[in-house]
Design a protein around this ligand. Structure first.
Ligand code: ADP
Ligand code: MG
Length: 249
C-alpha cells in the first residue's frame, strides 16, 4: 500500500464472468481497488485484460458476478450508469480525440455538455490539466498537429478535466513510437504520486515495477497471481507468470 492509499474501496469485483457467445473470456475475477491505489494489470494478449476494464465502466456488460464502483452495483438496472461513468476517466491505446476540435475544446466539451459547467470554468479546468500534462502551449492546436504522445497526453488531460474518482488506462503507450512513451508514462507517474486511483493495463514492466502498488497477472480469464510488484514481477510463484515475464522482460 502506498502513502496515498486509503481503506475506501473504489472498485469491488466479485466472481466476474464474461462470455462472448461460446468464448468464456472472464472466469471468476475477484479483486478490490482502494482509493489512491495504483493497480497494474499484466498478461498475455487475449487473456481478458481489456474486457476486465471494459466491464468496470460497462462498455461491456458482465455475464455474471458483481462490479461495484463507489459502492454502486453497475449492473443494477436502477443504477445511474452515466453518473458512474462520469466518475471514471478512460484512456485507450488509440487516443480518440475529436479531430475537428482544438485541444482546449477537446478538454472542455464534456465538461460543458455533461457536467453543465460554464465555458469559463471548463476552460480554466482544461488549462490546469493541460498544464499538468505539459501541453499548455498546445491549447489552440488541433490533434493532427500533435505527435502521438502529445495526443495521448491531451486524452489524459481531457479525462482529468471531468474530475474522475478513478482512471482506467488500457495500454496507453502501446500505439506510440518508443521515443514518445516516456512523456506519457511520466504524466501517469505524477498522477499516481498525487493519489489518483488508477487501473493500468500495460506491457511497460518498468512502470509497473516502479509505480504499481499491486500487480495483477491475468491469463486465460483468471487472476493467476497478484501482489506487490516485488513479489509478482520480482519473484513470481506461478509457472504461467514466469513464462510470461521471460517473454516480456
Ligand atoms: P486482452 O486485452 O488481454 O488482449 P481482450 O479482453 O481484448 O484481451 O480479449 C479477450 C478475449 O475476448 C479474446 O478472445 C477476444 O477475441 C475476445 N473478445 C474481446 N472483445 C470481444 C467482443 N467485443 N466480441 C467478441 N469477442 C471479444
Ligand atoms: Mg487488450
Amino acid at each position: 500500500m502506498s502513502a496515498t492509499t486509503t481503506n475506501t474501496a473504489v472498485v469491488e469485483v466479485q466472481d466476474l464472468n464474461k462470455s462472448f457467445g461460446d468464448n468464456h473470456v472472464l472466469r471468476g475475477i475477484d479483486t478490490t481497488v482502494r482509493e489512491g491505489e495504483v493497480v497494474c494489470v499484466i498478461g498475455p494478449s487475449g487473456s481478458g485484460k481489456s474486457t476486465f476494464l471494459r466491464c468496470i465502466n460497462l462498455l461491456e456488460e458482465p455475464s455474471s458476478g458483481s462490479v461495484r464502483v463507489g459502492g454502486e452495483e453497475v449492473t443494477d438496472p436502477d443504477c445511474d450508469i452515466d453518473a458512474i461513468r462520469r466518475n471514471m476517466g478512460m484512456v485507450f491505446q488509440q487516443f480518440n480525440l475529436f479531430p475537428h476540435l482544438s485541444v482546449l475544446e477537446n478538454c472542455t466539451i464534456a465538461q460543458t455538455t455533461v457536467l453543465k459547467r460554464s465555458k469559463s470554468e471548463a476552460q480554466a479546468t482544461a488549462r490546469a490539466n493541460l498544464e499538468k500534462v505539459g501541453l499548455s502551449e498546445k491549447a489552440d492546436a488541433y490533434p493532427a498537429q500533435l505527435s502521438g504522445g502529445q495526443q495521448q497526453r491531451v486524452a489524459i488531460a481531457r479525462a482529468l478535466s471531468m474530475d474522475p474518482q478513478l482512471m482506467l488506462f488500457d495500454e496507453p503507450t502501446s500505439a506510440l513510437d518508443p521515443e514518445l512513451v516516456g512523456d506519457v508514462l511520466s504524466v501517469m507517474r505524477r498522477l499516481a504520486s498525487e493519489g489518483m486511483t488508477m487501473m493500468v493495463v500495460t506491457h511497460e514492466m518498468a512502470f509497473a515495477r516502479d509505480v504499481a502498488d499491486r500487480v495483477i497477472f491475468m491469463d486465460g480469464g483468471v487472476i493467476v497471481e497478484e501482489g506487490s510488484p516485488e513479489r509478482v514481477i520480482g519473484d513470481p510463484q506461478e509457472e504461467r507468470t514466469r513464462t510470461f515475464l521471460q517473454r516480456v522482460l
